[in-house]
Design a protein around this ligand. Structure first.
Ligand SMILES: Nc1ncnc2c1ncn2[C@@H]1O[C@H](COP(=O)(O)OP(=O)(O)OP(=O)(O)O)[C@@H](O)[C@H]1O
Length: 121
């Protein structure tokens, strides 16, 4: 396979990974729904460019970490389906990374949207 084709294949493989995660992970669907609602609200409240940038970064952070969490789950399940403390630690730590990002995203969302909501009333 020539080099440009290889690059295109890698892009397709990455896209396939995203599609699989969205299809198979309920949490990923919830994150995407939340991101859609946030983008809709950002449009309705006519946020500044700076506010848009911050929101897009935290949305990307949460979704990227959920993808990594899903990858860790698959890799652990490939190694063992038996109960193992290290398997539990790996999955719990990966889930913890998503939790940290989701909590920070919630705080960032509140800091950005609350003044706009208060202003509308
Ligand atoms: N092989 C294992 N050994 C020990 N504990 C495990 C193992 N597999 C899963 N667990 C524990 O069960 C929890 C749930 O694991 P599971 O693979 O079902 O993820 P999940 O809850 O389905 O996550 P998601 O909903 O994001 O897919 C883990 O966080 C971990 O604490």
């Amino acid at each position: 396979m020539s080099k440009p084709n290889m690059k295109w294949k890698r892009f397709l493989d990455a896209w396939t990974g995203i599609v699989v995660a969205v299809k198979e992970e309920a949490h990923m669907k919830i994150h995407l729904l939340a991101a859609f609602i946030v983008v809709l609200l950002a449009y309705i409240f006519r946020l500044s460019v700076q506010e848009w940038l911050v929101l897009l970064v935290v949305i990307a952070l949460v979704i990227s970490l959920e993808l990594m969490n899903t990858a860790v789950e698959r890799a652990v399940d490939l190694v063992t389906k038996e109960f193992h403390p290290l398997a539990k630690a790996a999955k719990d730590i990966a889930a913890g990374a998503v939790l940290v990002a989701a909590v920070v995203a919630g705080i960032v969302g509140a800091i950005i949207f609350l003044p706009h909501i208060v202003n509308k009333w």
